[in-house]
Design a protein around this ligand. Structure first.
Ligand code: PAF
Length: 282
């Protein structure tokens, strides 16, 4: 596996491969890799000849500077995981490489539709402008035919698809299933911040979502939402930001039950760590 730090070197390496007809897949990450990321690499390997994984902790998508500072960066461990997984290239640029004028903000404002401003968009203002800004830059640097993202960041995938549509980009966005620990916790780079007690408490998030999934056909939307919230609110040290049963495109809460594109989403602070999770109901 080749580790590359500049866009120029990356293009030098990828251009001949692209010209010889190889399909290139991009797996964008912020590092602190876990099996969820490796499942994206494995899917990318099924669908393309060349897999590029990017590791870049993108400052423009953090709304809280402390969160940016404490974001885990176990680079040697990440490189080993990607080497063992048979990834072809890892792209690890500096902040200056991706944002030459940093910290002066660049002009980036894209219409991602009204779903930008709900759920995560409400709690992390401007977050999806930062995410789409860096993903656009990574697409330009790698020029992949496909890019793979995890369903755990459900709203993020929707925003990236909206960007691709809005800008007419030639990249297929592939969504891969959430990978969970055996006890149900969705894998996340942030899980390492959980204390032993928080780790135990965090299980109520997936429990609440599985409750909705299990009882969707028999209980009303109000019952489902209230009873799922009660599962979470009964646990100490958890501060629920939202729990909703929503349409998968608008992310607005359902007013009546539907039989397709229904998703239950949750976000909560567990101790000092903010976690999100979701389950596709139908
Ligand atoms: O999901 C992430 O890790 C990040 O939001 C992404 C897509 C790599 C953009 O920085």
């Amino acid at each position: 596996m080749e580790v590359i730090a500049t866009i120029a070197e990356l293009q030098q390496a990828l251009t001949p491969l692209r010209q010889s007809g190889a399909k290139i897949a991009l797996v964008p990450t912020m590092g602190a890799l876990h099996n969820g990321h490796l499942s994206l690499v494995a899917e990318a390997q099924k669908q393309a000849e060349i897999v590029v994984c990017s590791i870049f902790v993108n400052p423009t998508q953090f709304t809280d500077p402390k969160d940016l500072e404490k974001y885990p960066r176990p680079l040697a461990h990440d490189i080993k995981m990607l080497t063992d997984a048979g990834c072809n290239f890892v792209f690890m640029p500096s902040v200056k490489e991706m944002y030459p004028n940093y910290p002066t903000p660049e002009n980036w404002k894209i219409d991602l539709g009204p779903a930008e401003f709900v759920l995560e968009g409400e709690f992390r203002k401007g977050h999806y402008q930062g995410v789409t800004q860096i993903v656009y830059k990574l697409f330009n640097a790698v020029k992949p035919q496909i890019a793979l993202f995890g369903q755990k960041d459900f709203q993020q995938v929707l925003m990236i698809k909206n960007m691709v549509l809005a800008l007419g980009l030639q990249v297929d966005i592939i969504t891969c299933p959430i990978i969970r620990e055996t006890d149900g916790l969705a894998m996340s780079s942030r899980n390492i911040h959980l204390s032993e007690a928080d780790r135990q408490h965090s299980l109520v998030l997936s429990k609440a979502l599985f409750f909705i999934e299990e009882h969707y056909n028999t209980k009303s939307l109000v019952e489902l939402t209230e009873e799922a919230k009660a599962i979470i609110n009964g646990v100490e040290g958890i501060q629920l930001d939202y729990l909703t049963i929503a349409n998968g495109d608008t992310l607005l809460p359902l007013e009546v039950k539907t039989t397709t594109n229904t998703v239950a989403l949750v976000a909560a602070k567990v101790g000092d760590t903010r976690l999100i999770d979701n389950v596709m109901i139908n």
